[in-house]
Design a protein around this ligand. Structure first.
Ligand SMILES: [Zn+2]
Length: 248
């Protein structure tokens, strides 16, 4: 079969000269993949709009010897709002970079595909920061690094007393374990409850979640450290994360 269809979000599009672009897609069918789009930067190209980053597009792809190439494409959702507001652009870029770093090429992950699509759709109504935090923790879980938040991640007992969080142990710690772990940081019960909500609530319910600015700050740092720890083997991913230590 020379042609096949994919539904995909354009994560990155790189100009290659001669009107061509190399696209990195996150597809429902095959996860992350690279395809060549010929002639798309030419002014008369009808494909132009549907190969921009953050666009959700239906592609008809032709198999090639080295790289597959776009035969036809049709934009399903262009997310115009993502291109107008700088703060939202920052969050959307961060999400796409995160998917680029977290996912191996050619491995299907439909829940992650649905998660990024829904998150981009919901960003139109604002709440980009909370949606991003929720995306981070859910994406970590979908990649096999689900944090333990219901019981102590170390001893498995109920979470009592002052609470701690340990990136290395992979979740919340009770007072006894927390005090014995030099890497663990103290967190309020509210932070643990908010992390649980970010992990388990559907994205479209998150607007009901109220998180104080102090808790938001700590959650941001915790999730940053958490993702960094699990991406550490890939130096490129860490340097990418470092670029996002400052709010977009
Ligand atoms: Zn414990």
């Amino acid at each position: 079969m020379k042609l096949y269809k994919v539904d995909a979000i354009v994560l990155r599009s790189i100009e290659c000269g001669g009107g061509d672009k190399l696209l990195v897609l996150f597809s429902r069918e095959f996860g992350k993949m690279r395809v060549m789009a010929h002639g798309v930067t030419k002014p008369f190209s009808r494909k132009r709009g549907s190969v921009q980053p953050f666009t959700y597009t239906k592609f008809l792809v032709r198999r090639g010897r080295e790289l597959d190439s776009v035969s036809q494409c049709e934009g399903i959702e262009m997310f115009p709002f993502l291109r107008h507001d700088l703060e939202t652009i920052g969050y959307a870029s961060y999400l796409t970079e995160l998917v680029l770093s977290l996912t191996p090429e050619g491995e299907q992950n439909e829940p992650l595909f649905r998660l990024i699509l829904e998150t981009l759709q919901l960003m139109e109504e604002g709440q980009a920061e909370i949606l991003t935090r929720s995306f981070e923790i859910k994406a970590a879980a979908l990649m096999g690094y689900r944090p333990i938040l219901d019981v102590c991640a170390h001893c498995g007992e109920p979470l009592t007393g002052r609470l701690f969080f340990s990136v290395e142990t992979g979740g919340a710690l009770c007072e006894v374990c927390g005090k014995g772990d030099p890497q663990a940081v103290h967190v309020s019960r509210g932070v643990v409850e908010n992390l649980k909500a970010l992990l388990s609530w559907p994205q479209d319910r998150l607007r009901q979640l109220r998180i104080s600015s102090a808790d938001r700050k700590q959650i941001k740092t915790l999730l940053y450290e958490y993702l960094k720890y699990y991406l550490e083997r890939d130096l490129k991913s860490v340097s990418f994360l470092n670029r996002f230590t400052v709010d977009p």
